[in-house]
Every structure is written in structure tokens, then in C-alpha cells.
Design a protein around this ligand. Structure first.
Ligand code: BGC
Length: 503
């Protein structure tokens, strides 16, 4: 029965626990906290510092994924990838990171359950470091691919493990904002890679080596900074290392809150630790949250975000704009992505997850339909309709689309995934759903050129728009509101033990 679990923490709430440890001298307002915001205390600074450090993994994910866009023209020449066979090789060179990421997604759950969240993050830092140096220094195409796959392993593991870690160390009232830091770092990484590529262009024929190689600096810094970060207390307790967990909780939250957190985690871990298999995830009490996870992960990618990011210049050119302006337009889109992610972080613990999702996905659907309409209207016009401004409509609609994504599915999907699964199954469940998310992303980006050739850009964006409308229905019906609740409260309400099941 779950009687023991029920009795812990539901009335007192995390705010009550932390109020006891507030340092009266400290009055700085915490921008990450919601409507019931409290002044920042020493312990909130500690949690913020830890979350920011861990979220640097997101920066490396974003940087590594998009840095290749600047290297493409150079590696095409250097590795002689120009012929028809070569263009397939080029596709392989670009997508190898994505295939590595899928393996990294799967490994993340297994390894972070076995060796700890922090150990996996340290491993990703080494992968990013090795990958960037190997890709920058190699003269062999095969080694280049191997290097990118290694980076992909890091991407796949870090994109899942960083939010898990942050959710496990954050207090409930600021968890949404803190977990979103990981997404913020991803979008900052994307933008910085655009800027960095532009800057390094002037290095001539070898500039691609610099573009890929500079990543070794933040990767090495990430590795060093991770030494300052403790292991996740929830993972430690899951492994029966209660004394270590207590030390971490004391150091991070202060004594009184630490006791509160400790009791709550202990209660939720009352059920025996066991091996988690795919069958456990897809049947029984987890089935509903898993199905929701698969659904939101599908809609995050099937509505075209990475098709837009990876093919932006091509899309603008199709709309009748000049290719020469495509760089400035990409930078603009990148900045909007960063700016709106800040807005999402500010709102997610104030308004909640559901309003952001519903409002943002509605915006995505409308913008995608507007892009489709502009392409359709421009069909057959001289210069693709550029002269009468259709490319401007496409640009504005794409900016609206990215802004809507950045305030909803971008960060909120990762926040919800870090919240809806029970402590014991969290890492395994996120691994599987993350793998599915990467698979949909890789398929969409692989099929985008074929879709444009078959249906035209208007038909392709219409399809994404209809998928976004379907996503809106799905999310409105099924997305849970997790704002302000502890992970243990969520576990009790979203995945209650089956009748006659766990003690
Ligand atoms: C998605 C990535 C995407 C990024 C763009 C993330 O939430 O998972 O696939 O490239 O947002 O900002």
C-alpha cells in the first residue's frame, strides 16, 4: 500500500521547508521562481550554480549539432564529396552525429542508473572533447565520421542526463525554470555556433578545422566544472547510499530543508529497487505517462523544427529571397530562439506548463499554415514572388514559428519528461522517449528535401501545420499540469501503484 508515501510532504510543501532555512539578510529576487516567489537564499544560489554548471552540457549539445553547417562547404572539398556518390557521403557526414545521438540516448539511461548522473555527464565532456579534437585534426574521412559519431554519443547522453540531474536536485517551486536552463543552453549553443562559424570563416581553407576544434575549450571547462557538482541525491538514495545523499542535501539545501527532502525521497523509494526493462515501461502503471511521453516527443519533432533549422537558407531561397542574406536571417532566427527561451523560463513556474504548451503550439500551427500559404501564393510568380514580398511573409512566419516553439514544445517537453516519470524509472523512461525523439528528428531532417521535391514547400509546411494542429488537440487533452508539485507528489498522482501491486 502507499500509506507511507501519502503521509509525507503533501501539506507542508517545499516552500515551507525552505522557508525555515531562509537567510534573513539576503533579499535578492529570484527570477526563476514563480508567482509565490521568495527571496534568493544561499541555498537557492547553490542550486542555481549547480543547475547552470550541469546545463552547460546543453550548450555543448546545441553547439555540436549546428557547428557542422559552417563546415559543410569546406569538408565537401577537402574530402572530395562533390559527386553524386559524394553527396550521399556528405549526408552521412552531416547526419552521423544524429545516429550517434540515438545510441547515446539509449546508453544514457542504463549508464546513469548504474554509475550515476554525474559520472555520465563527465563522460559526455570527454566525448565532446575527444570528438572535437579528432574531427578538427583528422585527414581521414572515416575518422571524421567516427569523431562525429563520438560527439553524437555525447549529445544523446547529455541532452537527457542534464535535465534529469537538474530535476533531481531542484526544489519543486523552481524546478521548471531550472530544468529549462538546459534548453536555454542548447539554444545559446546553436546561436554561438552560427556566430563562431561566421567569425572563423576568415581563417581560409582550414577554417572548418577551427570551427569544429574550438569546441574543445568549453568541453574541457565543462569537465573541470563538473568536479564541483555533487552526485544526484535521489540517485544516491536509490542506490542505498543514504548517508552520502544526506551529505549532499545538507550541503545544497541547508539542514532543515535537507531533512524535509530526505524524508520525501525516502518515502518515494519505499518500493524495492529492481531492474527496469522495456516491458516494465510499456505496461502496467507507466503505460499512460509513457504514451504521453511518446506523443509529445513525436509532436516536438514532427512539426518540423530541425528541418527549419538545418535547411533555413534553402527555405529562404525557395521563397524568393537572396542566398546572401540567409546568414543574417539565420542569426536573427537563432536570437529569437534564445530570447523566447528566456521568456519561457520566466513564465513556466508562474503560468504553468499547460498554458505555455497550448498557446505556443497554436502559434506554431498558425505560423506553419502561414508559411504554406505564402509559398502557395508565390507559386508561378516571377522570382518565386520575391518582388511582391512573399519572402518577407515567410521570414516573419518562420520567426513566429520559432518563437512559438521556443516558448512551448522546445523547453516544456524536456521539463515534462523530467517530471512525469517516477524516481526509479525516470532515467530509463527518458532514455527510451529521447531515443524516439531523436529518431523522429533524424527522419524528418532526412526526408525534408524529398518532401519538398514531391509536395513542394507549400505542401510540406501544410503537413507540418496539420501535425501541429493534431499536436494541439493531443496536448490540450492529455498534458498534465506539474507546476509547483514535488516529484514525489507527481509520482503519486500520475503513476499510482496498481491495485495489489507495490508495497
Ligand atoms: C529540440 C531540438 C531542437 C532544439 C531547438 C530542442 O528542444 O529537442 O531537436 O533542435 O530544441 O531549439
Amino acid at each position: 500500500m502507499s500509506g507511507g508515501v501519502e503521509s509525507v510532504g503533501s501539506k507542508a510543501g517545499p516552500g515551507a521547508g525552505s522557508a525555515a532555512s531562509v537567510d534573513p539578510g539576503d533579499t535578492l529576487q529570484n527570477p526563476l521562481y514563480g508567482a509565490d516567489a521568495e527571496p534568493m537564499t544561499g541555498s537557492s544560489f547553490k542550486v542555481l550554480g549547480i543547475a547552470l554548471t550541469v546545463a552547460m552540457g546543453g550548450f555543448l549539445v546545441g553547439f555540436d549539432a549546428t557547428v557542422i553547417s559552417g563546415a559543410v562547404p569546406f569538408i565537401r572539398e577537402y574530402f572530395s564529396l562533390g559527386s553524386a556518390v559524394g553527396s550521399l557521403k556528405l549526408g552521412w557526414a552531416v547526419s552521423s552525429l544524429g545516429w550517434g545521438a540515438m545510441a547515446g540516448n539509449l546508453a544514457a539511461g542504463l549508464l546513469s542508473n548504474r554509475f550515476g548522473r554525474r559520472a555520465v555527464l563527465l563522460m559526455t565532456a570527454i566525448l565532446f572533447l575527444a570528438s572535437s579534437l579528432a574531427a578538427a585534426l583528422t585527414t581521414s574521412f572515416t575518422l571524421f565520421i567516427v569523431a562525429r559519431i563520438l560527439g553524437g554519443l555525447g549529445v544523446g547522453a547529455a541532452i537527457l542526463t542534464a535535465p534529469i540531474y537538474i530535476a533531481e536536485i531542484a526544489p519543486a517551486r523552481s524546478r521548471g525554470g531550472l530544468v529549462s536552463l538546459s534548453q536555454l543552453m542548447i539554444v545559446i549553443g546553436i546561436s554561438v555556433s552560427f556566430f563562431s562559424n561566421y567569425f572563423l570563416l576568415s581563417f581560409g581553407a582550414d577554417s572548418w578545422r577551427w570551427m569544429l576544434g574550438v569546441q574543445c575549450v568549453p568541453a574541457a571547462l565543462y569537465f573541470l566544472l563538473l568536479y564541483l557538482v555533487p552526485e544526484s541525491p535521489r540517485w544516491l538514495m536509490n542506490k542505498g547510499r543514504s548517508a552520502d545523499a544526506r551529505t549532499v542535501l545538507d550541503a545544497v539545501h541547508g539542514r532543515s530543508t535537507a531533512q524535509f527532502e530526505f524524508d520525501r525521497i525516502q518515502a518515494s523509494l519505499a518500493a524495492q529497487s529492481r531492474h527496469i526493462g522495456l516491458r516494465d515501461l510499456l505496461s502496467g502503471r507507466l503505460r499512460r505517462v509513457m504514451m504521453f511521453g511518446f506523443g509529445i516527443a513525436f509532436f516536438q519533432q514532427a512539426t518540423g523544427i530541425n528541418a527549419i533549422f538545418y535547411y533555413l537558407p534553402t527555405i529562404f531561397a525557395q521563397a524568393g529571397g537572396g542566398l546572401s542574406t540567409s546568414f543574417a536571417q539565420s542569426v536573427l532566427v537563432g536570437l529569437v530562439n534564445v530570447g523566447m527561451t528566456f521568456v519561457a523560463i520566466w513564465l513556466i513556474d508562474r503560468l504553468g506548463r499547460r498554458p505555455l504548451l497550448c498557446f505556443g503550439v497554436a502559434g506554431m500551427a498558425l505560423s506553419l499554415l502561414a508559411i504554406s500559404w505564402a509559398f502557395h501564393a508565390a507559386k508561378g510568380l516571377p522570382g518565386g514572388g520575391g518582388a511582391i514580398g512573399y519572402e518577407r511573409i515567410v521570414l516573419v512566419a518562420i520567426i513566429m514559428y520559432v518563437a512559438s516553439f521556443a516558448i512551448s514544445l522546445g523547453p516544456v517537453m524536456w521539463v515534462l519528461l523530467s517530471e512525469i516519470f517516477p524516481n526509479e524509472e525516470r532515467a530509463a523512461a527518458i532514455s527510451v522517449v529521447g531515443f524516439w525523439n531523436s529518431l523522429v528528428s533524424a527522419s524528418v531532417t532526412l526526408l525534408f528535401p524529398a518532401a519538398v521535391a514531391a509536395w513542394g514547400p507549400d505542401g510540406t509546411f501544410l503537413a507540418y501545420g496539420l501535425l501541429a494542429a493534431a499536436g494541439l488537440v493531443f496536448l490540450t487533452a492529455l498534458a498534465p499540469e506539474t507546476r509547483g508539485k514535488t516529484l514525489e507528489e507527481l509520482e503519486r498522482t500520475l503513476t499510482p501503484p496498481l491495485q495489489g501491486g507495490a508495497q
